[in-house]
Design a protein around this ligand. Structure first.
Ligand code: FAD
Length: 398
């Protein structure tokens, strides 16, 4: 298997680099590199820049306004944008709903919603999880009862990321209690401005409220907002999850985190020398770097296989575990590196233009927030324990 780039791929990488040098606003890359809080407007600004270039629908086909890139091009784009500290592309409309609509949506749904996703007219959020339905997603209880040309929806979704910014939510709802739980689920598009929709923030351990509860009380949803067929939502939900799990290893994020750690360890002092010269700390960093190199190679193997049309198998579970554990380890080492400055958390200092100074050096300010925030990595997208179950069954055949 050839893991080196072809001349064409190298030329594409240069094109992406040139674009980023020219179009990525320094204001945004400074915020990302400095671990500052990004606003809704920041994400929208970056989406609009990518859309103007035709590079927002990274994994969309050309016929729907996407790039039509192959797996290697997508990987190069991902590597270069994270290395340049670009904001991430918010995945809910682009990486999750878009592909589902293209495959299972009606012609009207495609014509209406897909351009609006690219143009930033709609901000989507994902209404899968419920208090009793996370890993065991088929247990969703939110009901949608057909009454004439509407469904009446009642229930509660939870952990809805950036739901506070969204005007639409795609939901898994129960339309039948017959048969297996998977057989009574439908996939419904709900306008969050409808009467009966209430968004309540959940404050996480890092002090941020990036996730929400979404309460649905007698919400009237037109039947044309059903995607595909009634009670077939499980099939669409699973298809969406395969797209949610692309770039699962997060190699670019790990590299950016390690680079930041290396810079900090070069600046921090330990026993009269820089921390990076401390053999114990240097050994921990070296271990992370070795693990990262090994993971990056495995990742390239899966990309090479995908480029040849092979579907990723259980190795995506390995990448999910390795990638998330690695990023959490980098967060932990960064906290260690900044020592006592990891303790004070001045939330306001994360806002652009805030006149509240951080305690300690600038680079120490986001260390603890990032450490706590990234606890989520091993929970969402299929928890690491669930991934281990997949490995034990599919690879180890236990
Ligand atoms: C920050 C964050 C953002 C999120 N954003 C969204 C979103 O936008 N939209 C959305 O729909 N959901 C979202 N989620 C929800 C996420 O998908 C669920 O948290 C995840 O599926 C786990 O479900 P749960 O929290 O109900 O935990 P549970 O499923 O109750 O699991 C509890 C514990 O049991 C373990 N466990 C469960 N089943 C098994 C098993 N079979 N074998 C071994 N161990 C098991 C789990 O690993 C975990 O440690 C988000 C979650 C977080 C933390």
């Amino acid at each position: 298997m050839d893991l080196t780039y072809t001349d064409e791929q190298k030329a594409f990488r240069d094109e992406v680099r040139a674009f980023l040098a020219d179009k990525l606003p320094k204001r945004l890359s400074d915020k990302v590199a400095g671990g500052k809080r990004l606003t809704k407007q920041d994400y929208e600004e970056w989406h609009a820049i990518l859309n103007e270039k035709g590079w927002l629908g990274v994994n969309w086909p050309v016929e729907h306004g996407g790039t039509g890139w192959d797996a290697v091009q997508r990987h190069i784009f991902e590597e270069e944008t994270t290395a340049a500290h670009a904001p991430r592309i918010v995945p809910f409309g682009l990486n999750m709903l878009g592909p589902v609509l293209m495959k299972f949506g009606s012609e009207d749904q495609k014509a209406h919603y897909l351009p609006r996703i690219l143009n930033g007219d709609d901000w989507w959020c994902q209404g899968y999880s419920e208090p009793g339905a996370g890993s065991d997603l088929a247990s969703v209880k939110t009901t949608a009862v057909r009454e004439g040309d509407h469904y009446i929806v009642n229930g509660q979704k939870t952990w809805t990321t950036l739901g506070q910014y969204a005007n639409w939510i795609f939901c898994l709802v129960r339309t039948s209690k017959e048969g297996k739980p998977q057989e009574g689920i439908s996939f419904l598009l709900i306008d969050m401005n409808s009467p009966g929709v209430e968004v309540r923030p959940i404050v996480l351990i890092d002090g941020e409220a990036e996730v929400n509860e979404v309460w649905l009380s007698d919400v009237k949803v037109p039947v044309e907002n059903l995607v595909g067929e009634e009670n077939k939502g499980w099939t669409y939900a699973k298809y969406l999850l395969t797209h949610e799990r692309t770039n699962i290893a997060g190699v670019g994020f790990a590299r950016a985190g390690l680079e930041n750690l290396r810079r900090i360890a070069g600046l921090e002092q330990s026993g009269g020398k820089s921390l990076i010269q401390n053999p114990f700390f240097a050994a921990k960093m070296a271990q992370v770097e070795i693990d990262l190199m090994a993971m990056a190679t495995t990742n390239l193997r899966t990309i090479a296989a995908a480029a040849q049309g092979q579907a990723p198998g259980a190795e995506s579970s390995m990448l999910k575990i390795k990638g998330t554990v690695l990023r959490q380890e980098i967060n932990a080492l960064t906290r260690q590196a900044v020592g006592p400055y990891a303790m004070p958390f001045v939330s306001e200092a994360l806002d652009e233009g805030s006149n509240v100074p951080p305690v300690g050096p600038d680079y120490a300010m986001p260390a603890t927030q990032a450490y706590f925030n990234n606890r989520k990595l091993s929970i969402y997208g299929g928890s690491n324990e669930v991934q281990r179950q997949i490995i034990s069954k599919a690879i180890l055949e236990l």
